[in-house]
Design a protein around this ligand. Structure first.
Ligand code: TRP
Length: 374
């Protein structure tokens, strides 16, 4: 029998083949529903317009619910395993976009998962959760309101824990291993915890039924599949409904491989001193040719350029400006040196401004979230 294709949400070296999500797992292309997004929600987020958010499950149902004026919420989470970088910012941008549209917001700091699966120091994880993740979310513009909830997995309300205990009755080891591959108890608990993260907002205890969308990186789809199955099995008993999801591409590290806090030289953190961030950026892999002469003649390759990717994901809001740079690069009129200078300037300005906000945000994290006591 052919080797089955599996996604490992805990795999660290993962570079996903995104098409597999469509072909093998039935994720739908986000581009298909973009016109309806525009109709119902207004101007789509830049990440949606530009195909960074590339796939979804049932997001059309979220749009229908929103159009009917029904309650909608988003749930997403962060594993506080390292400092907050631009890959994380992409999730923050989506959270804030939905919050502005009136979605209820549930943000989970996955400290239990970081402890049990990643085997990280508990104190360290809590510290990162507060002063890297929550602080950066606030500095990026997350509002505090009665429809916004941030919590640590180890420090939440009792019915949330009851949920995962109940879920354990209706999942088998065989089906979980079909999804995740070989499992150990820490991963079983992490998966059921994540199902509770995603499904608990629908309970009466947490304000009653609402339609839920989960914006995540494509590596999280196994959790979404399991959670949707669990929702079906608890529809009668608990009134749970399947969550929708959206999937974004990962931002590349500056060498073209994975962006990750374990590769700090190839990753830009939102707390990097601007000088240091610029230094890293200046060494980034571009789509440039071997010589200036060749580049003038053949043009550059923005598709392969980590600087261009930075523009698309973060640094340039205006689609026409982005298009102009793309064409100037392709046409051999814009060379990498000059372009990096420009990107560095945008990055420096962003970080200076952001870090001013961050300083104030650090004093406010405890208004947003209650840290675990032990
Ligand atoms: N497993 C996610 C990660 O590794 C974190 C997470 C925990 C999460 N619970 C969640 C993400 C619920 C989305 C929804 O980053």
């Amino acid at each position: 029998m052919a080797q089955e294709f599996r996604i490992d949400p805990w795999g660290t070296a993962l570079r996903l083949e995104y098409e597999k999500l469509f072909e093998v797992f039935g994720v739908r292309p986000f581009a298909e529903i973009l016109p309806r997004v525009r109709e119902v929600l207004g101007e789509p987020l830049h990440l949606m317009r530009r195909g960074v958010v590339f796939g979804h499950r049932d997001f059309d149902k979220i749009l229908d619910a929103y159009a009917r004026g029904e309650r909608v919420a988003l749930v997403t989470g962060f594993m506080p395993s390292g400092r907050f970088h631009f890959g994380h910012k992409m999730v923050a941008d989506q959270i804030i976009y939905y919050q502005k549209l009136g979605f209820e917001v549930f943000i989970v700091i996955a400290d239990a998962e970081a402890y049990a699966v990643r085997r990280l120091d508990r104190r360290k994880v809590i510290e990162l959760g507060l002063y890297e993740y929550v602080a950066n979310l606030i500095a990026l513009g997350l509002e505090k309101n009665r429809h916004t909830h941030i919590y640590f997995q180890t420090n939440y309300e009792v019915p949330y824990y009851r949920l995962m205990q109940m879920f354990s009755r209706k999942v088998s080891m065989a089906e979980m291993e079909a999804i995740y591959g070989k499992l150990e108890p820490a991963k079983v608990v992490a998966a059921l915890t994540q199902a509770a993260d995603i499904l608990h907002p629908q309970l009466d205890y947490f304000g009653g039924f609402k339609h839920v969308v989960v914006p995540v990186g494509a590596d999280q789809d196994p959790h979404i599949r399991l959670t949707r199955d669990i929702a079906d099995r608890f529809e009668n008993e608990l009134g749970l409904r399947r969550p929708a999801s959206t999937y974004h591409r990962f931002q590349s590290g500056l060498d073209g491989n994975k962006m990750s806090s374990s590769r700090p030289e190839h990753t830009i953190f939102l707390t990097d001193p601007p000088e240091e961030a610029v230094r890293k950026l200046k060494r980034a892999l571009t789509g440039g040719r071997a010589s200036v002469e060749e580049q003038r003649r053949l043009g550059g390759e923005p598709e392969k350029c980590t600087i261009y990717e930075f523009y698309v994901y973060h640094l340039i809001g205006d689609d026409r400006e982005l298009m102009r740079i793309y064409q100037d690069c392709r046409g051999g009129r814009l060379l990498c040196g000059e372009d990096k200078q420009y990107a560095a300037e945008l990055l420096r300005r962003f970080l200076e401004e952001h870090q001013r906000r961050l300083e104030k945000a650090r004093d406010r994290v405890l208004d947003y979230v209650e840290p675990p006591k032990f």
